[in-house]
Design a protein around this ligand. Structure first.
Ligand SMILES: Cc1cc2nc3c(=O)[nH]c(=O)nc-3n(C[C@H](O)[C@H](O)[C@H](O)COP(=O)(O)O)c2cc1C
Ligand code: SF4
Ligand code: SF4
Ligand code: FES
Length: 647
């Protein structure tokens, strides 16, 4: 039985046109309506072939996520298959291409099941050795295993500190199943929550369960999902909509993309359950067009779900009807804001409107609408399966569950990590992330993207949950976590985030349109050493005004990175303004290159300086003409004697 819809025997009365209401459970636990050994064996074969190798068979998982694909993982599948068939191993070894494992820096990744051996940075020329050594002779190829900074080698997936510190519940299928196969999703228990909900629960009971779990939206604001669904259910009107917000505009964020690419059916299942709960028959997924793989996989998943009778009318004979439309967005950050997103779906310019009314009362085409983030929706099948009370025990009391973070920046192990809410920043950055790379010191962590803030060493033991971070002046946001080393200029960081929001402001309201421009001008002047103390006062005043008077969340939150850097790194602002000095040596206008007395006069810097700013005789100390120097840093990189100084 290769297809999910295929009947197993003559007794099976299930057909694609008349789906049996129990057929999904039947695929993995059946036969349910008749007893037949041959049929049961076929079920077991389905599970085994699709997902779970037993001890007599191996499955080689080749990561086919965006990172590993761009470092050449696609070739590995063909090469592996060729070698496997050359050695006659086709019956005992299966090669499967999955999505991202979240550890992209170490890709291409190969994961061999059931043992769980995890190979990193695998090249085409390694394949022959992997097949003969690992598969034929049972010897692990040590040189391809992950090694941490201390030199410890880790043969097994779950022992690697990057994975050992995580709790991968929502990411459980990412990197494990083929995201283009509905059969894979069903074999690991997919769509069971939908069956449970449709067969055993009323819409009110579903909402009660979600409310009981305490789940808060993962799109940034942390709004209680149960409360949002309840208010949409209560809102009068026959037509209601469910929208999946897959815009993901925060720089550096890729949590939602990874879920869509790695487990698209989980998001569809979440939308179906939301639709049933609030009384909606139509869902939209708004996904930015810059995510072509996510869009392709969503299209495949929607097509498969329709074919399996899980989208459309009379789903699983329950009378419930629901279908999903995929809408591609042009990639504007402001279009992630709920009301702007709805305008964009309606074919209008993506601009926010004043709230209230809330979308749950008047949303898409003025109909009651539930707008949820991708990760929020992907939590739903898991939550319904385990029950609201049990889900509420995960994480912290006020922020239950887990959260996926895009850990990036100066950290040793950047990647996608899922942790229970309440883990500390230290546990995430130094435990899972392996600390700061290149032996540098920690300086700050920026959380929550352009709406978030920077925290310092004093916050490392802060639990990561909605309320603790907000108290310290940052937010979880959608899950961006950028780690910064000692050589980062915090004024430059504030400038970077404000430059982003300034260019993304839709321009509808004056405080955001004009205020972000003025704030950016001041930050640029500070970075260039051209600001006065009065500018700092203006900057702080602008932060307050833009925050309190802007129309939408973009303007209201964009001063946060500036406010938090001013709060925790004020001395750096003052050094730029008063001493005309960038303590981190980053702001190029304030940086000066000079040559110290230990110069050997080898002339290497002079030869390589692109503007001829260096002078000197052979074997005599050289000098740099400040007026000609463009501060490219080539001399510093070239000098083998450490004689070039960056001041
Ligand atoms: C400027 C701006 C951009 C936003 N971008 C996103 C986004 O890309 N994805 C998202 O889920 N929420 C985004 N949000 C938050 C949404 O407006 C909304 O709160 C969220 O999608 C609700 O889903 P949740 O309750 O599941 O968190 C953004 C908000 C603002 C103000
Ligand atoms: S706050 Fe900025 S993005 Fe939001 S409506 Fe005003 S101008 Fe547009
Ligand atoms: S490369 Fe170094 S040692 Fe050689 S001339 Fe330049 S500064 Fe002096
Ligand atoms: S793409 Fe392979 S680990 Fe991310």
């Amino acid at each position: 039985m290769r297809s999910l819809m295929e009947a197993c025997c003559q007794l099976c009365n299930h057909t694609p046109a008349t789906p049996c209401s129990k057929y999904l459970l039947c695929r993995t636990e059946g036969p349910l309506c008749h007893d037949n050994d041959q049929c049961r064996q076929q079920r077991q074969r389905f599970i085994r072939e699709v997902i779970l190798p037993d001890n007599s068979r191996s499955q080689i998982i080749v990561c086919g996520g965006t990172g590993c694909s761009s470092s050449g993982s696609a070739n590995l599948v063909d090469l592996l298959n060729q070698e496997i068939s050359k050695h006659g191993l086709g019956d005992v070894v299966q090669v499967k291409r999955t999505s991202c494992h979240g550890f992209c820096e170490n890709g291409p990744i190969l994961h061999i099941k059931p043992a769980g051996v995890f190979y990193t940075k695998v090249k085409p020329e390694d394949i022959k050795e992997l097949v003969t050594s690992h598969l034929i002779n049972g010897r692990i190829v040590e040189r391809l295993l992950y090694q941490d900074n201390s030199g410890t080698v880790y043969p097994y997936f779950w022992d690697i500190p990057f994975y050992a510190g995580q709790t991968r519940l929502i990411l459980r299928n990412c990197g494990q199943i083929n995201p283009e196969s509905i059969a894979d999703y069903v074999a690991v228990g997919g769509y069971r929550s939908l069956v449970k909900v449709l067969q055993q629960m009323s819409p009110d009971e579903v909402i009660e369960e979600v409310t009981l779990s305490g789940l808060r939206g993962r799109g940034g604001a942390g709004f209680p999902t149960g409360r949002k669904w309840a208010s949409a259910r209560k809102a009068p009107g026959e037509i209601k909509y469910i929208i999946c917000n897959a815009d993901e505009g925060d720089p550096g964020a890729f949590m939602d993309r990874s879920l869509l690419e790695g487990d698209p059916h989980a998001v569809l299942e979440g939308m179906l359950i939301a639709g049933y709960a609030v009384g909606s028959t139509r869902g939209y997924i708004y996904c930015r067009a810059e995510y072509p793989l996510a869009i392709q996989r969503l299209k495949i998943a929607i097509g498969q779900a329709r074919e399996a009778g899980l989208l459309g009318s009379n789903i699983l004979n329950s009378g419930f009807a629901f279908d999903i439309v995929l809408k591609e967005g042009a990639g504007a950050f402001v279009c992630g804001e709920g009301t702007a997103l709805q305008a964009s779906i309606e074919g209008l310019r993506g601009m926010p409107r004043v709230k209230p009314p809330r979308s749950t009362e008047k949303g898409l085409w003025e109909k009651p609408t539930v707008l949820n983030n991708v990760e929020t929706l992907a939590n739903i099948p898991f939550l319904m399966q385990m029950g609201g009370t049990a889900y509420g025990q995960l994480g912290t009391a006020k922020s239950p569950g887990t959260k996926i973070f895009a850990l990036s920046g100066a950290v040793t192990n950047p990647g996608l990590v899922e942790v229970p809410m309440g883990l500390t920043l230290r546990e995430i950055i130094f435990g899972i992330g392996g600390g700061i790379r290149d032996g540098k010191g920690f300086k700050a962590v920026q959380l929550g993207g352009p709406s978030g803030g920077c925290l310092t060493e004093q916050h490392l033991d802060l639990p990561v949950d909605f309320d603790s971070l907000a108290g310290a002046g940052a937010t979880i946001g959608s899950g961006g976590m950028v780690v910064m080393a000692e050589d980062t200029c915090m004024v430059d960081v504030a400038r970077f985030f404000l430059a982003f929001t300034q260019s993304e402001s839709c321009g509808k309201c004056t405080p955001c349109r004009e205020g972000t421009k003025r704030m950016l001008e001041i930050l640029e002047r500070i970075c260039q050493g051209e600001a006065e103390l009065k500018d700092l006062e203006d900057l702080e005043r602008l932060c307050r005004v833009v925050k309190s008077t802007s129309l939408c969340g973009l303007g209201q939150a964009c001063p946060n990175p500036v406010i938090s850097t001013l709060k925790y790194f004020r001395s750096e602002f003052l050094a730029h303004i008063i001493e005309k000095r960038c303590p981190a040596g980053v702001c190029s206008s304030l940086v000066k290159y000079s040559i110290a007395a230990n110069c050997r006069g080898c002339g290497l810097c002079r030869k390589n300086c692109p503007v001829g700013a260096i002078e000197g005789e052979r074997q005599q100390p050289h000098t740099i003409a400040e007026d000609k120097c463009i501060k490219c840093g080539v001399c510093l990189a070239q000098c083998k004697f450490g004689a070039v100084l960056r001041l």
